[in-house]
Design a protein around this ligand. Structure first.
Ligand code: ADP
Ligand code: SR1
Ligand code: MG
Length: 417
């Protein structure tokens, strides 16, 4: 079988493909008799295969020219695999402990081979639904975000390097346009793709479409998302893009990567933890009221921001005499002004994170792509009650984010909803 032009693979043809690529065959110790191949893609866009034999294992991810969860009626560039590979390599260089290694990339086939994150790794979202605590999660995610965002920003880089990389990732425009549509536009208008827990949330979805202040604020965030090339973003940093064990945290799936506002990544992660918090009551029963677990989620939200703030500003201090174009040492190299600029920068980043996090929460309740945290609550009335509380908080956060001075205030506000 020749693979000189694109073809969608399946569990059978994938083996032929592996045999045709020496680097992959040897990764599997050239042992095909006991090789098992299983498609496990549970994401919205792509096909993911686990290949394993008695000696080794790997994951193959292939992008087909459409959005998997909708079907061929929603075409989508397969070049997303190229940008996912670029981002995995860059994030892997900056945060090697938290990103799976890329073994091979085939642009013609839109195919990536990478490390198999073996069990007990599971998708964080599933762990949150199961009520499992991850003591190192906040530390690891803060580390991943601080390093990937700081080192790709103008706090560290020269404009020459920055513009070169911004230009490269501008090529990922189709994926950015998907986000523009499904996060910042569709939830605020009638769209064939929108859905919600009907009839319970019919009035709530309508209220989102009629809230002029909300529309004003989301327009501002949308422009920032499109215009502000602050750092290389993962671009889809929800709890379904993180695989975890008690000791390990691995960030996968950066196919939406581009240079954008840092708050979009930080907010995506925090916003999805808040969704997990509000879903917990849907799983409470006589044996487990989930109260202790909700406390752990709140602590993880607070720790993630505080650790991120600490790690990010420490990197900034460490490199304040470097080539970063944003605050030249000749102008900003005294403790007083350094403190002033950091405070302003971090306050803006906090407010951006709240705004983007809130927008990401809203789209998961009244937009096209929902989250398993709520979807797995079988009782629709119960689910709608959980979703409504999350939605109300998110609307308030989006509109009033600038009033909040710190993460502790956010935690006490979440408790009130
Ligand atoms: P999509 O781009 O469609 O969202 P993902 O990258 O999120 O796809 O992968 C879909 C699923 O495949 C994940 O939820 C996870 O279960 C599995 N998966 C993806 N990458 C790996 C990996 N490197 N190791 C183990 N499982 C993986
Ligand atoms: C059709 S929207 C699909 C969604 O899934 C991905 O994970 C992104 O979040 C995207 O918005
Ligand atoms: Mg995914």
């Amino acid at each position: 079988m020749v693979f000189s032009e694109f073809r969608p693979l399946d569990e059978k043809t994938l083996i032929e493909y592996i045999k045709s690529v020496p680097a992959l065959s040897s990764k599997l110790a050239n042992s095909f008799d006991d090789l098992s191949v299983k498609e496990v893609g549970d994401g919205n866009l792509n096909f993911v295969y686990i290949l394993s034999n008695s000696k080794s294992s790997l994951v193959i991810k292939q992008a087909l020219p459409y959005v998997r969860c909708i079907g061929e009626s929603w075409p989508m560039t397969k070049e997303r695999a190229y940008f996912e590979t670029l981002a995995l390599k860059e994030e892997g260089r900056l945060s090697p402990e938290h990103v799976p290694e890329v073994y091979h990339f085939d642009r013609t086939m839109s195919l990536i081979a990478m490390r198999y994150l073996e069990p007990p790794h599971i998708i964080l979202r599933k762990g949150l639904i199961a009520g499992i605590e991850y003591p190192l999660l906040a530390e690891h995610m803060a580390d991943f975000m601080a390093r990937t965002l700081f080192f790709t920003s103008l706090l560290f880089r020269s404009t020459t390097e920055h513009k070169r990389d911004v230009a490269e990732f501008c090529g990922n425009v189709e994926l950015c346009r998907l986000t523009e549509q499904v996060v910042f536009s569709d939830p605020y208008k009638i769209s064939e793709y929108n859905r919600w827990t009907t009839p319970y949330l019919d009035r709530d979805a309508e209220a989102v479409r009629e809230d002029n202040l909300l529309k004003l604020e989301v327009a501002e965030l949308k422009s920032m998302f499109i215009e502000r090339a602050q750092a290389l973003l993962h671009g889809d940093l929800h709890t379904g893009s993180v695989m975890v064990t008690g000791e390990s945290t691995q960030v996968i799936d950066p196919e939406f990567a581009f240079y954008g506002p840092m708050g979009f990544d930080v907010g995506a992660f925090l916003g999805n933890l808040i969704l997990a918090f509000f879903s917990q009551d849907g799983y409470a029963d006589e044996t487990n009221d989930r109260k202790a677990y909700k406390e752990w989620i709140l602590k993880t939200i607070e720790d993630t921001w505080n650790l991120f703030h600490h790690k990010f500003t420490s990197l900034w201090d460490e490199h304040s005499n470097g080539a970063g174009e944003a605050y030249l040492p000749a102008i900003y190299n005294n403790p007083e002004v350094q403190l002033l600029v950091q405070k302003k920068y971090m306050t803006n980043l906090f407010h951006d994170s709240l705004g983007f996090g809130a927008a990401k929460m809203i789209r998961r309740i009244v937009g096209v792509a929902h989250v398993q945290d709520f979807e797995s609550i079988a009782d629709a009335a119960k689910r709608a009650t959980c979703e409504r509380r999350a939605l109300e908080l998110a609307k308030m956060l989006l509109k009033e984010r600038r009033k909040f001075e710190g993460i502790a205030e956010i935690i006490s506000t979440i408790r009130q909803y």
